[in-house]
Design a protein around this ligand. Sequence first.
Ligand SMILES: [Zn+2]
Length: 337
Amino acid sequence: MTIIQTVTGPIDADSLGRVLIHEHVFTGDIEHLLNHGRDFDEDAEIARAAAKMNAIKASGIDTIIDLTVLGLGRYVPRIRKVAELTDLNIIVSTGCYTLDVVPMPFQMVGPGLLFDEEDPMPGLFAGDIEHGIMDTGIRAAEVKCAIDAAGLTPGVERVMRAVAKANVRTGAPITVHTNPANGSGLIAQNVFAEEGVDLRDVIIGHLGDTMDLDYLTALAERGSILGMDRFGIAFSLSFEQRIATIVAMIERGFVEHLALSHDCYCWTNFHPGGVARFHEHQYSAVTDHVVPALRAAGVSQSAIDIMLIGNPHRHFVGAASRFAARNRSTHPADGVV
Ligand SMILES: [Zn+2]
């Protein structure tokens, strides 16, 4: 049995059920919220978010991975209030989202910097996984970083290596936000591999934004899961193109490397309007539109189950079992290291 930590406590991995691998509950700039967030009604937003989580559960989804980390407004006490009002499993993440420089609390601290000491990031991330976030008792179960149009800037690379170290130290799997336009998924895989990450532990995010089958194939052949995770967002590709790309990848034999999601949120202050820029960008798109469209395109129910159940399950259980095996081989039972 593999235990997976959720906001409301540990569950057996076999209870994960159908998983949306890349979502958010609340995202936003917390400093802006504290200074300019007059309109934010926390109790109302928690109730609204819980209603959305309940609707996801009613649609047949059992678990979401909330990839809101430092830089995206993570605040788990608020997530707990939502999680207590729903039966949906909510898994939270640690790590850092930056597309360029590291957040201020890290800019002067680290090897060779003004405060020339150990980089605090890997330890903070691992601590969120092993001991919990602050004194909430809520433990993260996923590690997250990002690389986008700016590529592997020094800040992006530093976070990526810290995330990799947290994975190696704890066995928690990784999701990386990428931009397919510059092939940044391959760059991320290279950095992770250099740090000793097993690339099967990694979901490469936002690959639903490309139809470049050779790029997708190259990433999948190294073992990672491809996040087809922006259903309902009408930029870069249409819904039909996103569906066609999944069908083509299944035809190429990569059903075990595909996972589905929306990258939705219940509330944000990153843009006006608070919720979605696109009307179709709803947590229900996968169950209401994607699955029927895939079935109509000839994709079998068992392939759907692999993408929604099997692959997310393997993402957690595979990483945990490889971590256990690594630790057994470096720490033999007889104590002779
Ligand atoms: Zn996201």
